[in-house]
Ligand binder design. Structure first.
Ligand code: MCN
Length: 793
């Protein structure tokens, strides 16, 4: 292994820019004469718009335009598109209500956009926005998923009876019901997976610029998938031809899923810029982000696990109501369905599984992918119910899981819920985690905590996820309305340096470093001579972007394919230069050599010959050294892990401290161990945030009361333990690098580990259940409902 190749902890190339303030984010970009947009948003969760008076605002100083839903309708601008369709069990399609880019006649959540004010300064736009007078007739609102399906619930969409967007199910119901009949023990669980608000450090922003001379529209925006934004907004909303529409996503300060999909603000800016022939900029305020970035999670579920007398899982069944918010966001239908219930086998051999999901509209911000997207909800449900079963059956929780593992020789393993797992060694991963956390001495640590007046608990979670969002063919059968491959181009420059263009996009994951490591390792080019270009539809081939921890396994594999093509062409050039037969040319780390001799040329010389073809086989070969590739795998890949949390609870205050967290993960072959650890640390921090602190709370009328950092608690450094990591490596057979995704496993694994640990700590008080976030108030209330008998541990 070279010190910059695959497997090396190379320092992140991009960090010099970021930590010296040289990062270039959307808000850093300005064009001459640009104007500024401010959106007027609904203060009501649900209301009819009786009238909008824009007269005063239009005549305010500096105002260029004030646009409303009427203007959108007059210009025949389309609604926001949905990228995934669901077919219901009865064969009918899901309900897909129109989502106009500015509200028309009715608002359906607090923050719904009613008007856009454009002015020559931000201050003027803000002042004028206050002068838009909207007469609302408030309507009753429904907020909680469980309430949306009640017979007296306010109806949000005429066509969605009982506020239901779709019913969906997977698995064999009859076989699962039969499995329950033969069970020695059944564990039941009712859980809520609370609403989360993503809160990327950089708020969403956009700058739309229409060039009247070329008819080209350029949109700078904070996007994880710029080509998808161009396709969906260009083709479905604006009818702006793709060759006249450039989307650039420069540096992005975190996205966590919330910047995947196109947003209506971007569509409004593009439409207005084109209509008025100007440039318009918008940057979200933090309070605006709280109400307008898509939210995550928000499920209520009842589930049952059937076991035999030895703790073998016989069957699992569940019923979930998933909150979609007021409108159908681009990938919302996918999250509580295929990305969720298809993971219900976990790491186990459960033979019969049946899941039903009812997805409902409510008067809340639309819900879509948030780090893990469906998979944290699945793991939370499964790993909570397994831990509960272990406690009820008095079987050690690690042992119960071990009895049910899919064994290493069983791969590829077909689960009863559609997925075909690629590889894994779950027992080895658990063993490493148990050793790392020193499980054998937990009782001693618990006794030490007790002496300090603290209750200590340990909790397990063994996550598995499907990453590498791709196989286009499978995704298409399941409802995807776009391809899910990735693309790459490797362009040698004449003097041997390399520019790599990827259809993916980094927003903190370190692609500039890890992708360069892959290229350097394969082609033998020094890492400092390799640049990675992403995020610009005019520079890169059509690509699908970053989500579902796919960039390395799908995008990195496209890079490998392009590199293979470079080597193949390089061999032909080298054969000519070395006057040898192509079949005799070997390539090794940057050197083409005639087998069995010391005659060789390096890849930089080959590149030079390709661009200065004075001595070149022009009759059979084109000049240049520049190759493109697309990669579409045949399956997902399946990272998995064993996460163990230890917590201490102060029974006087209810405060929970995570005192230890161990994450052993199998993410296949590792390109950069330091970056993978960073991804897992960040993911675990986010999961601890969900377990203990974060909650997107609405009041009954639909006001987002957790709408600022004063009310929505993000985890801080002093809330986190020193997260300890280790790895098991079972290379993925589905891609040439053998890699699995690592960007989400921490977020998926950690919430159940922490909550299981909290419940374990409180077991002395008879506590068997705890909702997230386990706030001091919730914990204190749980303790004080059932004070332990004197003398109890
Ligand atoms: N990697 C590696 N070896 C592996 C797997 C990955 O070295 N076996 C490296 C990759 O080359 C890449 C990084 O680890 O540099 C993450 O790779 P991957 O798992 O392929 O995930 P993506 O790059 O596609 O990132 C997406 C993923 C998701 S879905 C969310 S959400 C998320 C996340 O990554 N959002 C993030 N991590 C984030 N990190 C930051 N800083 N900010 C976000 O918004």
């Amino acid at each position: 292994m070279s010190d910059t190749g695959i497997g090396a902890s190379v320092r992140r190339k991009e960090d010099q820019r970021f930590i010296t303030g040289a990062g270039r984010y959307v808000d850093d970009i300005s064009v001459r004469g640009q104007t500024y947009a401010v959106f007027v948003r609904s203060p009501h969760a649900h209301a009819t718009i009786k009238s909008i008076d824009t007269k005063k605002a239009k005549s305010a100083p500096g105002v260029v335009a004030v646009l409303t839903g009427d203007d959108v309708a007059a210009d025949k601008i389309g609604g926001m598109p949905v990228g995934w369709g669901i077919t219901q069990p009865d064969g009918t399609p899901m309900v897909e209500p129109a989502w106009p880019i500015l509200a028309q006649g009715r608002v359906r959540y607090m923050g719904d956009m009613v008007a856009c004010v454009i002015a020559d300064s931000l201050a003027a736009a803000r002042d004028a926005a206050e002068q838009v007078t909207i007469d609302y007739a408030p309507l009753p609102a429904v907020i909680a998923a469980g309430d949306a399906v009640k017979s007296n619930a306010p109806q949000i969409w005429e066509q969605a009876k009982s506020n239901t967007c779709f019913h969906w199910q997977i698995g064999d119901k009859a076989a699962t019901d039969a499995a329950f009949k033969g069970a020695a023990h059944v564990t039941k669980l009712e859980i809520v997976n609370q609403r989360l608000i993503p809160n990327a450090m950089e708020p969403r922003a956009a700058l739309a610029n229409f060039d009247r001379s070329t008819g080209e529209l350029t949109l700078h925006c904070t996007a994880q998938a710029p080509h998808a934004v161009r396709l969906l907004i260009g083709a479905f909303v604006l009818q702006q031809p793709e060759h006249k529409f450039r989307v650039i996503s420069p540096d992005v300060g975190g996205g966590f899923g919330s910047k995947i999909y196109p947003y209506a603000e971007y569509a409004v800016l593009c439409w207005a810029a084109r209509k008025l022939g100007i440039a318009i900029k918008w940057t979200a305020e933090r309070s605006e982000s709280f109400v307008s970035d898509a939210h995550g999670r928000d499920h209520v579920t009842t589930a049952e696990l059937a076991l035999d007398a030895n703790g073998k899982f016989l069957g699992f069944r569940s019923n979930t109501i998933a909150n979609l918010g007021a409108y159908l966001s681009a990938f919302a239908p996918l999250i509580p369905t295929y990305l969720y219930a298809c993971l219900f086998a976990g790491q186990y051999t459960t033979p019969a599984i049946f899941a039903h999901v009812q997805a409902v509209f409510t008067n809340t911000t639309p819900v879509d992918a948030y780090r893990g997207a469906g998979r944290p909800e699945a793991t939370y449900l499964l790993e909570r119910i397994i831990e509960k079963a272990a406690k009820e059956m008095k079987i050690d929780p690690a042992e119960l899981r071990r009895r049910n593992f899919i064994k290493p020789d069983a791969f590829p393993y077909q689960t009863p819920v559609a997925l075909l797992y690629d590889s894994g060694n779950y027992g080895a991963t658990l063993d490493k985690a148990l050793k790392l956390v020193d499980y054998a001495n937990f009782a001693k640590r618990r006794a030490d905590s007790e002496k300090r007046g603290k209750k200590r608990g340990i909790g397990f979670s063994l996550p598995i996820e499907a990453t590498g969002a791709a196989p286009s063919a499978i995704a298409g059968q399941l409802g995807a309305r776009a391809g899910l491959y990735e693309s790459a181009e490797i362009r040698f420059n004449p003097t041997g340096s390399v520019t790599v263009f990827s259809g993916s996009h980094s927003h903190g994951q370190g692609h500039a470093t890890t992708f360069a490591q892959v290229v350097s390792d394969i082609l033998g080019v020094p890492i400092e001579n390799i640049d990675i270009v992403e995020g610009d539809t005019a520079r890169t081939q059509f690509g699908m972007g970053t989500y579902g921890s796919r960039s390395l396994s799908v995008g990195g594999s496209a890079i490998v394919k392009a590199a293979d093509k470079i080597i193949a062409k390089g061999k032909k050039i080298a054969a000519h230069l070395l006057e040898a037969s192509e079949a005799d040319i070997e390539f090794d780390h940057g050197t083409f050599k005639v087998a069995g001799t010391d005659r060789n040329v390096n890849i930089a010389q080959v590149a030079f010959a390709a661009y200065v073809p004075h001595n070149y086989p022009l009759e059979t070969l084109e000049p240049g050294l520049n190759e493109q590739a697309f990669f579409d795998p045949t399956n997902f890949n399946f990272p998995n892990g064993a996460h163990i949390a230890e917590v201490e609870v102060d029974p006087e205050t209810g405060v929970v401290e995570v005192v230890d967290f161990v994450a052993v993960d199998d993410v296949g072959t590792i390109i950069n161990p330091m970056i993978v650890d960073g991804q897992i640390h960040g993911g675990v921090a986010q999961g601890i945030g969900q377990a203990l602190y974060e909650h997107g709370v609405y009041d009954a009328s639909g006001q987002l009361v957790a709408g600022s950092f004063m009310d929505y608690t993000m985890p801080r450094a002093d809330n986190l333990p020193n997260i300890r990591t280790d790895k098991t490596v079972t290379p993925c057979p589905m891609n040439p690098l053998g890699v699995k995704g690592c960007g989400e496993i921490g977020t998926i694994g950690s919430p159940p580990a922490v909550i299981n640990a909290v419940i374990d700590a409180l077991s002395a008080y008879g506590v068997t259940d705890m909702d997230m976030p386990a706030t001091p108030q919730r914990v204190w209330q749980a303790i004080n409902k059932a004070r332990p008998a004197a003398g109890a541990r």
